[in-house]
Design a protein around this ligand. Structure first.
Ligand code: BGC
Length: 222
């Protein structure tokens, strides 16, 4: 498990994983620093003996009108969401290739790899990029025995939505756009990631699985 900071959030996640009986090795590293990524894969392999699955889960977004977005804001979003995923996947693929194993990659993308999101243009660009990286790699990596898919969450109760969650009017409008009329729980997304990472999904590659309560194709005239 990797996080940018070794803080209370990271400790709480470690606690929850360990409570399931699983072993956790925590690596504090910045996903947007490409030079730190091969070491992340190596440390995981050194700890567990091998590595089978990579879940690219880190993501950030910046809410600003297009004409106000700074180069720094654009770079943060693209470097974490797209560049980090690109080069960590590359480090994972090199390991899988060199070790003669097979592998699975699951990317935590967003409904906004497909759906417009005004004031989040850099975020949408990064997620649209994740969609095409995933589709390309499904073709390029299949001969190496590597599957790759995206999960596209809608509105989920996670810290990325902290501001939204604190504003009842915004929340009410959003819920009206979700067919199931509720925000998603992290577990709703985790279940689909676990499926895609498992052998139950052995014939699935190059796909995006929406976990959005029906948000993407919700339409009503009332
Ligand atoms: C974004 C959230 C947004 C949700 C639904 C997610 O990808 O991170 O900010 O609420 O999509 O639009």
């Amino acid at each position: 498990m990797n996080d940018l900071r070794n803080d209370d959030n990271a400790l709480e996640t470690i606690r929850q994983v360990e409570a399931t009986g699983a072993k956790v090795h925590f690596i504090q590293a910045d996903i947007s620093r490409v030079d730190s990524l091969p070491a992340m894969v190596k440390e995981a392999v050194d700890t567990f003996g091998s590595l089978d699955i990579l879940v690219n889960n880190a993501g950030v977004e910046i809410n600003a009108p297009f004409w106000e977005v700074t180069e720094k804001q654009y770079d943060i979003v693209m470097d974490v969401n797209l560049k980090g995923m690109f080069f960590l996947t590359q480090a994972f693929v090199k390991y899988v290739k060199e070790s003669g194993r097979t592998g699975v990659v699951v990317n935590n993308s967003s409904v906004h790899e497909e759906l417009p999101f005004p004031n989040f243009t850099a975020y949408c660009a990064s997620k649209g990029g994740m969609q095409m990286v995933m589709r390309n790699l499904a073709v390029e990596l299949a001969p190496l025995g590597i599957r790759i898919n995206n999960v596209a969450p809608g509105a989920i109760k996670t810290p990325i939505n902290a501001e939204l969650l604190s504003k009842p009017e915004l929340l009410a409008t959003l819920k009206n756009n979700i067919s199931l009329q509720r925000l998603g729980e992290p577990e709703d997304v985790a279940a689909v990631i676990a499926f895609l990472a498992s052998d139950d999904a052995k014939y699935v590659t190059g796909s995006t699985y929406y976990v959005d309560g029906g948000l993407t194709f919700h339409y009503t005239e009332q």
